[in-house]
Design a protein around this ligand. Structure first.
Ligand code: 6PG
Length: 268
């Protein structure tokens, strides 16, 4: 059940790229990797994982909430966070929290205190970002330097190279201290709250999950920058994600990976 495809470890600072034939097998590979990460710490303490919104991860969460993972995943020792949220009510069709609740929280035995969402019932995105940052700082063990260290951040990539709600040219990309900020962007443009690069890059692991032909061009440009750091640019925010353990893991379906040269695939 553990997906051998993701067991490879790229070199520090590298980029492991694994291409799965279909969205279903992509979802299984991501669920398998999350299961591995969830178990790594054993009884040594909780594991903190940040989950993205959008549509791609829906199948991942449904897969994780179903057998064989449902009965084996250590739900009690894993805390789930949001990488970002649209500033809409949690019941809104475009709410990431609503998607996570539908696909994961309503299907799997996640303890109530183990999901930490961005609270869009607060007066505005700034209040929500500040409250979220306080929760992050309170709940997650700190890395040297005092930034909370997530065990893993799962991220999507937009066709414009955005990740979380860090969009090309966003002022939030220049943030060096805050862990969460208000943001704007998306299609249609919406007010949002996002984790910032200081938090994302303090994480032990970054896992990009990319699906569909519409992402092929962006993924090629992002992986090119993971392989050659001189290409990292605020014009492609996903390229600025450099997690602590260095190796970014990219899990993509065949359509999203269709422009990746064969030699870019594998442990990196
Ligand atoms: C959001 C997401 C965003 C997402 C990408 C890819 O709130 O929109 O967090 O960063 O990961 O836009 O979205 P899809 O998976 O829907 O293509």
């Amino acid at each position: 059940m553990e997906d051998t495809v993701t067991r490879g470890r790229g070199k520090e600072g590298g980029c492991g790229v694994y291409v799965l034939p279909s969205p279903t097998e992509l979802a299984r590979a991501v669920a398998g990797r999350l299961w591995e990460i969830a178990r790594e710490r054993g009884d040594a303490g909780p594991v903190h994982i940040a989950l993205p919104g959008g549509e791609t991860p829906r199948k991942v969460y449904e897969t994780l909430a179903a057998e064989p993972y449902r009965g084996r995943f250590p739900w009690g020792s894993v805390h789930f966070w949001q990488t970002d949220e649209r500033f809409v009510p949690a019941s809104h069709p475009r709410s990431n929290r609503r998607m996570i609740a539908e696909a994961l929280l309503s299907r799997a035995p996640v303890p109530r205190g183990n999901f930490h969402g961005i609270d869009t019932s607060l007066p505005g995105p700034l209040e929500a970002a500040r409250a979220y940052e306080a929760n992050l700082r309170r709940a997650i063990p700190k890395a040297p330097g005092g930034v909370p260290r997530l065990d893993a951040v799962v991220l999507g990539i937009g066709a414009d190279g955005h990740t979380a709600s860090l969009f090309p040219g966003s002022p939030a990309l220049a943030e060096s201290r805050a862990l969460a900020l208000p943001a704007e962007g998306g299609d249609p443009p919406m007010s949002r709250v996002t984790m910032t690069l200081p938090l994302l890059n303090a994480a032990l692991r970054g896992i990009f999950v990319v699906q569909g032909e519409g992402k092929a061009n962006a993924l090629r440009n992002v992986v090119a920058a993971f392989r050659d750091p001189s290409l990292r640019t605020p014009a492609l925010p996903a390229t600025l994600v450099t997690p602590r353990r260095g190796t970014v893991l990219v899990l993509a379906d065949a359509e999203a990976a269709s422009l990746l040269p064969a030699e870019w695939r594998g442990p990196g």
